[in-house]
Ligand binder design. Structure first.
Ligand code: Z5A
Length: 212
């Protein structure tokens, strides 16, 4: 019998929802229970495309809005061969932001439709599970202020949140909304259970194609 594939698990949410914290906890917990798991994050700032994006986010350079959207998408596509290889080797990938952030952030800008924003990411490996860490801005105020990067303002983050709410209605994606205002441990427990279920289901299924 061949190797059972790993699951593609994505965490999404607005600024300071706890995505990175929970991705790290989840990878550790899966490994502790004997499963192979690795973390990835988007944007991946280590590649040449990622460096262009990083400079833009840090406001060291300006990029036209369509251009930067396509760069974020290209930054995912350049990792697809590696992602597929790892999934096929039985490694589950826990991903901090994915195409949903791409669509939510650009479509929160004036003049961008959801559909236009989705197009470049159509056909990416489809996540087996997307967990949206739901918090409201007042609840995360105690987690520190906004950083200095582009997009880190409360007005823009509210617009992004509304776009996520639209995306979550899409039944073609396995969304789970998580109350992320609870303690790190409580949030982790729920995420771990959902992820273990997704891993068990994914191992007998082919990798899907997003939004196709
Ligand atoms: N972007 C885009 O435009 N297009 C795209 O295609 C993609 C991204 C993929 C990248 O930011 C920016 O690029 C992002 C979207 C845009 N812009 N914004 N905003 P990034 O991914 O490099 O960084 P980030 O996503 O902004 O990180 P974050 O959102 O600020 O943080 P987080 O990962 O959600 O949270 P955290 O680092 O795990 O936790 C934040 C703090 O809260 C930390 O001190 C924790 O210890 C604390 N924390 C976490 N959980 C809890 C709980 N449950 N209780 C109390 N305290 C907690």
């Amino acid at each position: 019998m061949g190797v059972r594939r790993g699951a593609l698990i994505v965490l999404e949410g607005v600024d300071r929802a706890g995505k990175t914290t929970q991705c790290k906890r989840l990878v550790q917990a899966l490994r502790d229970s004997g499963k192979e798991a690795e973390m990835m994050r988007f944007p991946d700032r280590t590649t040449m495309i990622g460096q262009l994006i990083s400079s833009y986010l840090e406001k060291k350079s300006n990029l036209e809005d369509h251009t930067v959207h396509l760069l974020f998408s290209a930054n995912r596509w350049e990792q697809v061969p590696l992602m597929k290889k790892k999934l096929e080797q039985g490694i589950s990938l826990v991903v901090d932001r994915y195409a949903f952030s791409g669509v939510a952030f650009t479509s929160a800008k004036p003049g961008f439709s959801l559909e236009w924003c989705q197009n470049p990411d159509v056909g990416l490996p489809k996540p087996d599970l997307v967990m949206f860490l739901q918090v409201n801005p007042a609840e995360v105020a105690g987690r520190g202020g906004f950083g200095d990067e582009r997009y880190e303002t409360s007005v823009f983050q509210r617009a992004v949140q509304q776009k996520f709410e639209q995306l979550i209605k899409d039944p073609s994606v396995n969304w789970k909304v998580i109350d992320a205002a609870r303690s790190i441990e409580d949030v982790h427990t729920e995420i771990k259970t959902l992820s273990e279920n997704a891993i068990n289901i994914a191992e007998n299924q082919p990798i899907g194609e997003l939004w196709k």
